[in-house]
Design a protein around this ligand. Sequence first.
Ligand code: ACM
Ligand code: ZN
Length: 295
Amino acid sequence: HITVIPEIDMPGHMQAALTSYPELGCTGGPYEVWKIWGISDDVLCAGNDETLKFIDDVLGEIIEIFPSEYIHVGGDECPKVRWKTCPKCQARIKALGIKGDKKHSAEAYLQSFIITHAEKFLNDKGRQIIGWDEILEGGLAPNSTVMSWRGSAGGIKAAQLGHDVIMTPNDYCYFDYYQSEDTRHEPFAIGGFVPLEKVYSLNPTASLTEEQAKHILGTQANLWTEYIPTSEQVEYMVLPRMAALAEVQWTQLEKKDYTNFTTRLAGLIGLYRRDGLNYREPFRQQADSTATEKK
Ligand code: ACM
Ligand code: ZN
């Protein structure tokens, strides 16, 4: 009873694809699969018709593999530097009559053209898209569901516009972030600080009216693994934060009680132990200052 929703992140996060298909980048490459962390300036060329065909081909294959109603098309972290100087991208902007305004650049609207293209392809096949909150920039593709990751603001705005939303604000739901401020005793991570209590405190419908709150489909934790080399470390990052987020999802706001949760956590920890899982000791934080051994 679990539905896996795949994400093909476009038009950014495409460095590896560009390595295989350099003709789909604005400069033509050559490109190399990245060996460093961060965001690449090289993205799919939005002015190239072959890019649109590539998107259709990839999504066409994806929907054959995944029966999910929703397909995630990304949309996050797409720098526009290449598009600004690419003749093909600029020609597309001209051909579409796109103009930048006070809110967004012409290139931001060009991204919206790409996402809308993917959305139309998927809608025609009976599927719906999910995209990161950046898809709000430059006009939201009409039926799209928004995943709010840069805090909750994008999700709130999308819900107010009548879009469905999944709340995964990084300051509550990024399980790749540290669980202690004393990072010396934690496995090396991307940064941030999301302790168990912070996860538990998330109210995904805060600042929404009852009507708008109906658009919040739920919450999600993200565990990006570029800093996480082993399954054991995956367990360490999600347990027991995953239990806190589960309770956020299925417990009515007025019944949420962190102290009560922590007393019940003992039973859950027993199950983690029984199954040999590598959880983070939830109340280790107080002991951190005296701890000497490195995890
Ligand atoms: C994201 O973390 N870039 C969605
Ligand atoms: Zn281009």
